[in-house]
Write a protein that binds this ligand. Sequence first.
Ligand SMILES: [Zn+2]
Ligand SMILES: [Zn+2]
Length: 254
Amino acid sequence: MSTPPQAPKSNWKRWASRALDLLYPPRCAVCSTHLSAGRSLCECCYDDLPQLTDPFCENCGEPFPGQIDGTFACPNCNKLRFAFEFARPAMVRDPRTLDLIHRLKYGREIHIASELGRLAHQAFSDARLAPALAERWPLVPVPLHRKRLQHRHFNQAAEISLALSPLVGLPVLHALHRQRSTDHQTALTRSQRLENLRGAFEITPAGRRQIAQSPMGAILVDDVLTTGSTVDECAKTLRRAGFQKVMVVTVMRG
Ligand SMILES: [Zn+2]
Ligand SMILES: [Zn+2]
């Protein structure tokens, strides 16, 4: 018996993944229940992870407990001016969601990226993202520095963007390059962070081509939004290069 010599690689990949599913049936990354192929979270756990719902800060997506009418800016950012229009995390902080993000980033469980893309998709229920969908703005992953990429082998923001792309019908564009490593940001104050990030990113040739064709806007994608300083520096770089508007989507608010 012979196998077709020219079988497309994707078929082989599908075969290999089916064989692996038989040997090691996929389990939910949260509750370990058995799953059908192609998923890493069961429907129960997926539905149980807490989404960001009104009211929340219109700039940074910080949730606000209780009732509030009209728009709301949280004390963290009501005096700040960001280069992006707004940041919209899909999910609020939750140890299970954070664990999924950590397992992708540090445990290299790359299959979790598709579930994080699904979770990030929920941010697009926000009507403020409608123009981006209508005008087909590209999804721009926050880039990793080359050294970090060598260590991790992949960029989690890029993997999440790739999973999100078919769900929202927007292309992924690697429009930014991180030219300087900005490690150890967490120990710094806000002003030190901003200083540390200045000039850390540059626009790529692909980013310039997009701006020449359609400069309307871009959606920055990252795993977690904490202070917003990194996405702000990315947004500044995109705006300076010619994108008219930048919106930010993240899986979770840190
Ligand atoms: Zn589960
Ligand atoms: Zn805020």
